[in-house]
Design a protein around this ligand. Structure first.
Ligand code: F6R
Length: 241
């Protein structure tokens, strides 16, 4: 595992964008696993800049996002599909059909999850998976548990996640109760993994995840077993390393 500590969020974003850009340059038809959340917003902006400057092209790249709310219209401003369009897809030369987010609109969870897993395999597997880190060590929507979920699965959001997310919706009743997420097995099969984290609030979990014991109670700790992981954190998130 390589850990890179940068001074600022901007440098973390540039460093992480460089790793993704390198992957795209080396393999123009690579398969990227992507994340939403606040952490990667800066690195997506850097990739947009690179694309618009003609330094990298996404025209043959395929993408698969980690997760999506179940039952939420992809056009809803809180859907992860909407987030990706706004932060990356609408601003680069990617082909719409090559971008994948779990189908939150398919009410048949088993089918939606199996289809997603299959489409990743059909694309040849993930060359690089980008991950943010939840405060409790979650990756994707894989929350602390007594086992590591293997494949793409449907999760019940915890009461605290529903409460936390309610600020982004008009009312708490609108907050989805479930989500589809890649499993830990899906993530671990990626050839390369890139984790980003910033801010003092992440310092404790960064230490636990990468220096602590490997346990499903800290889902990100499983990444210590992956042969090719790069962690890019700013100084604040890295202060306990
Ligand atoms: C998002 C995702 C989540 C986030 C995590 C960190 O697709 O899978 O696991 O990466 O919740 O979120 P931020 O970056 O907002 O701190």
């Amino acid at each position: 595992m390589e850990i890179i500590i940068t001074e600022t969020y901007e440098e973390m974003s540039r460093e992480a964008a460089d790793i993704i850009a390198e992957c795209v340059k080396q393999k123009p038809d690579c398969v990227l696993g992507l994340a939403t959340g606040s952490t990667p917003i800066g690195l997506y902006a850097e990739l947009v800049k690179d694309n618009q400057a003609g330094e990298i092209s996404f025209k043959d790249v395929k993408t698969f996002n980690l997760d999506e709310y179940r039952g939420l219209d992809p056009k809803h401003h809180q859907s992860y599909r909407y987030f990706m369009q706004e932060n990356l897809f609408d601003h680069v030369d990617i082909v719409a059909e090559n971008t994948h987010v779990p189908n939150g609109f398919n009410p048949n969870a088993e089918e939606a999850c199996a289809e997603y897993e299959e489409s990743i395999d059909e694309a040849g597997g993930l060359d690089l998976q980008l991950l943010g880190l939840g405060h409790n060590g979650h990756i994707g929507f894989n929350e602390p548990a007594d086992h590591f979920p293997l494949a793409t699965n449907c999760v019940q959001l915890t009461e605290s996640t529903i409460q936390a997310n309610s600020r982004l919706f008009d009312s708490i009743d609108e907050v989805p109760r479930e989500a589809y997420t890649m499993g830990i097995g899906t993530i671990m099969r990626a050839k390369k993994i890139l984790v980003v984290a910033n801010g003092a609030g992440k310092a404790e979990i960064v230490k636990k995840a990468f220096l602590g014991p490997i346990t499903p109670q800290v889902p990100a700790s499983v990444l210590q077993l992956h042969p090719d992981v790069t962690v890019v954190v700013d100084e604040l998130a890295g202060e306990l390393l």
